[in-house]
Design a protein around this ligand. Structure first.
Ligand SMILES: [Fe+2]
Length: 228
């Protein structure tokens, strides 16, 4: 299994606050059969430039690197990029894609998008140099018009859902329905720490397997491996 969304890098954002905590998150992921994890600290253009972010991310990763060992998931460096109107003109946007891919994890507003926002998102989607992955779609897609969602699906936008969507009593059935309709493509733990937001990929995988059978896990797994 691949975790596409995780705040495991130390001291980067509101995620892991130390190398030790990062190692605990990684150990937990490996115990949940996660082979690869995309490290996705928040990028907020208002706070820093792309290069400043990449410099901080490099330092953070380098502080963790000497402690990594065999058996832990492989880390790919990425970002969770906060959408804003004007983002399609951001210099260096492509550098925020997950390492060795053209995939940009994009966090959209959790409200009904304005026409301006929709147009801006469609500009990103139609940009041939990046491929958009929408972060935790369960927070925002249900608020949008059906034709907007259909456009995104028709244009190969990757839909990432948090493991918690498949665990929460009130949403787990809906989550399975969306997965079986292939409107969810990949999973993320969106883990921030080992206390309030630990990784729970296995719990989600176990529920999906029980509810939809092993084919659904194979579907996520196969697609995930094609992406990173
Ligand atoms: Fe996140």
């Amino acid at each position: 299994m691949i975790d596409f969304h995780c705040h495991l890098l130390p001291d980067m954002d509101d995620g892991s606050s130390s190398v030790e905590e990062s190692l605990q998150i990684l150990t937990s992921l490996s115990q949940q059969n996660v082979e690869k994890v995309v490290a996705t600290p928040h990028f907020i253009a208002n706070n820093e430039s792309v290069d400043e972010f990449l410099y901080r991310r490099k330092n953070s990763y380098e502080s963790l690197k000497p402690k990594l060992h065999k058996g832990l998931p492989e880390i790919r460096l990425g970002a969770e990029v906060e959408f804003y109107n004007g983002i399609s003109n951001l210099e260096g946007l492509k550098k925020l894609c997950a390492e060795n891919t053209d995939i940009l994890l994009l966090e959209m507003p959790n409200e009904k998008w304005t026409q301006y926002t929709v147009d801006e998102l469609f500009r990103l989607v139609s940009d041939g140099s990046i491929r958009i992955m929408l972060a935790h779609i369960e927070r925002c897609l249900f608020l949008q018009d059906r034709d907007v969602v259909e456009y995104l699906l028709d244009n190969d936008v990757i839909m990432q859902s948090n493991a918690s969507y498949f665990i929460n009593t009130f949403t787990k059935r809906k989550a399975c329905k969306r997965l079986s309709e292939h409107t969810i493509h990949v999973l993320g733990s969106d883990s921030h720490n080992m206390t309030t937001r630990p990784p729970k990929i296995k719990e989600a995988v176990d529920f999906i397997r029980k509810k939809l059978g092993n084919e659904s896990i194979e579907y996520i797994d196969l697609l995930s491996k094609e992406l990173v």
